[in-house]
Design a protein around this ligand. Structure first.
Ligand code: HEC
Ligand code: HEC
Ligand code: HEC
Ligand code: HEC
Length: 192
């Protein structure tokens, strides 16, 4: 077959009008794909807002009000850590997993458990605080380290204890959450 013939065969108008379905179908799939992506993006960004977290947590516990009194809400330099900055990993896959798994447990707990201002402290806080710490620990405190970094700390400017504890020798393989808690909320009354 010479070049011209080949060209004609590829570009000749097809007699089969159903072949049009292929680009058309492709286009429809692409449109649906783009639509789903945009919808997912919207859901992810809405469920990442502090307002979203507050919609459940205000009124059933006191963590939001405590956070608003903490240094992570307002400080000298004006940097605020939002709920998800500490509680939800930032990279896409872990974030999606966290959204689906913790998201569904939260909604399920909201329906099945009656957590309210009267029983939060006495019956629920300890478990919830432990879960929260466990999650941050499983992330090696990477959520904290998206803002704080040992390497960027001018330990000479820190208090004596902090300087000592943050030294490579002292901290060994400990991460922030192994030594720090109660940095955005009060601790449970029972020490854990
Ligand atoms: C649908 C209501 C609802 C929403 C929205 C919600 N939570 Fe929760 N959350 C709960 C309930 C209920 C619990 C208690 C779970 C349990 O019984 O252990 C909880 C527990 C927690 C805990 C304790 C650890 C754990 O997993 O039990 C953390 C931390 C937390 N929520 C953070 C957040 C953050 C951050 C957001 C926003 C991204 C958020 N929540 C949005 C209802 C909600
Ligand atoms: C969005 C950025 C951000 C994230 C995320 C974050 N922090 Fe902070 N942190 C700050 C800022 C800003 C301050 C206040 C600095 C200042 O003004 O002195 C601060 C202060 C602190 C302090 C000093 C408290 C005090 O009373 O002086 C500790 C300890 C701390 N953070 C630990 C943590 C830990 C542990 C985590 C993770 C659970 C975390 N931070 C997550 C930004 C962040
Ligand atoms: C081995 C334990 C340990 C580890 C790990 C650790 N810290 Fe600390 N940190 C301390 C102690 C102890 C202090 C002093 C507390 C005090 O003076 O009240 C401190 C103080 C601080 C302060 C206040 C410093 C100052 O001078 O005001 C910040 C901010 C802080 N830590 C952040 C972090 C972050 C972020 C991480 C993780 C990257 C981390 N720390 C890991 C033990 C630790
Ligand atoms: C600076 C990091 C940080 C920010 C910002 C933050 N949290 Fe937390 N949160 C923690 C840590 C660490 C714990 C584990 C217990 C503790 O140390 O207080 C925790 C515990 C919790 C718990 C378990 C109950 C308890 O009292 O321990 C809930 C619920 C919670 N956070 C929800 C939220 C919500 C909602 C927001 C935003 C309004 C928020 N957190 C903002 C770090 C943070």
């Amino acid at each position: 077959m010479n070049k011209k013939n080949l060209y004609n065969r590829i570009w000749a108008k097809s007699n089969n009008s159903w072949l049009l379905g292929i680009p058309l179908g492709g286009f429809i799939f692409l449109a649906i794909g783009v639509f789903i992506l945009i919808a997912m993006q919207q859901v992810i960004s809405y469920t990442s807002t502090t307002e979203f977290c507050q919609s459940c947590h205000i009124g059933s516990d006191t963590v939001v009000e405590e956070y608003q009194q903490s240094i992570h809400f307002m400080n000298r330099t004006g940097i605020r850590a939002e709920c998800v900055d500490c509680h939800v990993p930032d990279s896409l896959l872990p974030k999606l997993i966290a959204k689906v798994s913790t998201g569904t447990t939260h909604i399920w707990s909201k329906i099945t458990k009656d957590i309210n201002l009267d029983n939060f402290e006495s019956e629920h806080r300890e478990r919830m605080a432990n879960n929260a710490k466990e999650t941050i620990r499983s992330l090696n405190s990477s959520t904290c380290m998206s803002c704080h970094d040992f390497d960027n700390m001018d330990t000479d400017k820190q208090g004596r204890t902090a300087k000592r504890k943050h030294s490579t020798k002292r901290r060994k393989d400990k991460t922030c959450i192994d030594c720090h808690s109660g940095i955005a909320h009060k601790l449970p009354e029972i020490v854990f």
